[in-house]
Design a protein around this ligand. Structure first.
Ligand SMILES: NC(=O)C1=CN([C@@H]2O[C@H](COP(=O)(O)OP(=O)(O)OC[C@H]3O[C@@H](n4cnc5c(N)ncnc54)[C@H](O)[C@@H]3O)[C@@H](O)[C@H]2O)C=CC1
Ligand SMILES: O=C(O)[C@H]1O[C@H](OP(=O)(O)OP(=O)(O)OC[C@H]2O[C@@H](n3ccc(=O)[nH]c3=O)[C@H](O)[C@@H]2O)[C@H](O)[C@@H](O)[C@@H]1O
Length: 442
């Protein structure tokens, strides 16, 4: 096949990243086969159901299935037969009891795919992995694939954000192509042609740099968040105002306001595990000191959760026996993802301290109920706030931000609110007679 011809794509692992990638690529005109070991997930996707909350994605799945260009399977034999370019999108979670990335799923996917690669093909890693993984799996593929060294490996790290996954996939800020040959670059360019045609900037680099770009980007974002939260700790000590401080920094173009929002800190399936895995990998490589600040970034972030519980305790004079409305469960708004969610961490700690905690989230309630059946849940923001001694905003959904203080005052026992995300207008709540508290604001 001519390397510039439009390739047939497989997407191995159809979770948040893989399902989004497969659906968007089919909408952009490619023939795509999604592959997963989870038969239930494959069946749901094939029947037109996106198994997670992502704005805009269900409509695109319908469109892609109707076009006939998107199918799903659990068969690696079919994947090897079908694909010219195979995208690896399986999970790389934190290993239990260690900071290292768990590469079990990457290795299993590679070992299942490779024996079915009987002709020239490109395997493209998109999962976030420790640097050196691409080189290692190249060796495994060359050993196991009938086509041997005709199969090449490339790395194309993914930067999409949950909640904006469609837009980030269709119109990314940049594409990073880690390749070992011109042929691999041409294949990748053919696989991203419609996105490249938008004028999207591309960085061509080697495999190791491409792997590193991803963890470097997430580390930078995490550092920015912990930086502003460290400033919040200092503000708390002197009665200064973190909101005014952050707004002032943001007005400097060199600093910028993005990822400078103080509050409860970062969570999710990526930033926390990625900075830990990066620190761990750097230590293995003998350059742990270079990124030892990431341990501090992690510690600052964890302290935010404890400090939020302290603020509720201070406000109520103790948590045991108090009725607490917890607004939010997802790790951020516009997502139903509860992986390492700061909101649920805080809710569970307050529950453990004897608080009568009731949780509501517009999208993540089912996931939260399944993961933490010991917590109590309600049907709406007002429902959980009924007779509450305090309302604690933990995830800044716009549904919560739009609530009027006077309306909420009708249902609570005491007009106290903790704004864990600096999402509310403090003046408005205070002038409506509420005791409003937020970390880093006097
Ligand atoms: N979720 C996100 O927003 C982003 C995730 N990433 C990275 O992408 C990777 C995937 O993350 P998510 O999609 O969030 O994970 P996920 O857990 O939602 O999805 C992983 C999928 O892989 C499947 N899988 C596991 N073993 C398999 C195998 N041997 N063969 C085929 N499929 C297999 C699972 O059944 C699951 O559907 C991770 O490395 C993550 O760090 C990167 C950028 C954005
Ligand atoms: O590797 C990944 O999976 C992805 O991780 C993050 O995306 P995501 O986890 O979807 O969410 P973000 O919008 O980055 O938010 C992460 C966390 O930081 C928190 N945050 C974000 C910004 C901010 O200013 N303050 C803050 O506390 C959010 O509440 C959330 O808990 C990155 O932004 C993506 O570029 C990357 O692809």
């Amino acid at each position: 096949m001519n390397p510039t011809e439009s390739p047939r794509l497989t997407v191995i692992g159809t979770g948040y990243l893989g399902a989004t990638h497969a659906i968007c690529m089919a909408v952009l005109g490619f023939e795509v086969l999604g592959v997963d070991v989870d038969q239930r997930k494959v069946d749901r996707l094939a029947s037109g159901e996106v198994p997670f909350f992502e704005p805009g994605l269900p409509e695109l799945l319908t469109k892609a299935l109707e076009s006939g260009r998107l199918r799903f399977t659990t068969s690696f034999e079919e994947a090897g037969e079908f694909g010219d370019v195979h995208f690896l999108c399986v999970g790389t979670p934190q290993q239990p009891g260690s900071d290292a990335a768990d590469l079990t799923y990457v290795d299993a996917a590679v070992r299942a795919l490779a024996p079915n690669l009987t002709r020239r093909a490109l395997v493209v890693g998109k999962s976030t992995v420790p640097v050196g993984t691409a080189q290692r799996i190249t060796g495994v593929i060359h050993d196991l694939a009938p086509a041997g060294e005709e199969v090449e490996v490339a790395w194309n790290p993914e930067f999409l954000r949950e909640g904006f996954a469609v837009d980030d996939t269709m119109r990314p800020d940049r594409l990073v192509f880690g390749v070992a040959s011109d042929w691999a670059l041409e294949r990748l360019e053919a696989a991203f042609r419609p996105i490249l045609d938008l004028g999207t900037p591309v960085v061509r680099t080697d495999l190791a740099t491409a792997e590193l770009v991803k963890v470097a980007a997430n580390s930078f974002l995490a550092t920015k968040i912990s930086y502003i939260n460290a400033m919040a700790e200092v503000c708390e000590a002197v009665g200064a105002d973190i909101k005014h401080l952050a707004d002032s920094l943001a007005l400097d173009d060199r600093i910028g306001g993005k990822f400078l929002k103080p509050g409860l800190g970062f969570g999710g399936g990526c930033l926390p595990k990625d900075i830990r895995a990066f620190a761990h990998r750097a230590e293995e490589l003998g350059v742990g000191q270079a990124v030892s600040f990431l341990r501090e970034v992690d510690d600052i972030n964890r302290r935010r959760r404890a400090r939020t519980v302290d603020l509720v305790r201070e406000m109520l004079g103790g948590i045991s026996g108090k009725r607490i409305a917890a607004w939010g469960a997802a790790f951020k708004p516009n997502s139903d993802d509860i992986r390492d969610a700061p909101a649920l961490d805080v809710a569970r700690t307050m529950h453990g301290l004897g608080g009568h905690v009731r949780v509501f989230d517009p999208a993540a309630l089912d996931n939260a109920r399944r993961a933490f059946p010991e917590l109590r849940y309600g049907d709406s923001a007002f429902d959980v706030a009924r007779d509450a001694d305090v309302v604690v905003l933990l995830t800044e959904w716009s549904d919560f931000k739009e609530i009027e203080p006077d309306a909420l005052a009708q249902v609570v026992r005491h007009k106290r609110i903790v704004d864990g995300r600096h999402a509310l207008d403090a003046e408005k709540w205070r002038s409506a007679g509420w005791e409003y508290r937020a970390l880093g604001r006097s």
